[in-house]
Design a protein around this ligand. Structure first.
Ligand code: TR5
Length: 144
């Protein structure tokens, strides 16, 4: 029981830290993000899939054996899902389909998770819309 208590404390601390990091991060101010530099190939990324509209690369801080971010190459105001507009419907579909292609390429198409964090309360830290594709282990629910 003691161990369980301390484990749940560790988890709570971890979650709180993540939430605090997100809250402390610059909120959505429309400024360019680190992802623009990755798109421009100014900083290296481990790219796993790319087409005309979408780029997918490995997360620098993976939360699962497979953790890939799928982003639109042109942000077009799509800083966070909570700010999506009618004109973004096509790219939202492209991103979702690219997530499936990534899952196939990574060999996890039989079971994986797609996450979008939106806004500070959603723990978003980079304000260029991105899908997290996670897998390669048994995912848990609820995600916390
Ligand atoms: O918290 P949200 O949902 O906004 O997700 C942002 C994700 O971007 C996090 O999972 C970070 O680990 C990831 N991230 C942040 C940077 C970065 C990255 N993934 C790949 N390469 C990165 N570079 C070069 N620099 C980052 N700051």
């Amino acid at each position: 029981l003691q161990l369980r208590r301390s484990m749940s404390h560790v988890k709570a601390t971890h979650d709180e830290e993540a939430a605090a990091r997100a809250a402390a991060a610059t909120a959505d101010n429309g400024a360019p993000t680190i992802f623009d530099k990755i798109i421009a190939k100014e900083i290296p990324a481990n790219i796993v899939y790319e087409d005309e509209k979408v780029l997918a690369f490995r997360d620098i801080n993976p939360q699962a054996p497979v953790h890939v971010l799928v982003i639109p190459k042109v942000r077009d105001g799509l800083t966070e899902l909570g700010k999506a507009e009618e004109r973004h419907k096509d790219i939202l579909g492209e991103l979702m389909y690219a997530a499936k292609i990534v899952a196939e390429k990574e060999g996890i198409a039989d079971g994986f998770r797609v996450v979008i964090n939106s806004g500070p309360a959603g723990c978003q830290s980079v304000y260029h819309l991105h899908l997290h594709v996670l897998g390669g282990r048994q995912m848990k629910w609820p995600p916390g």
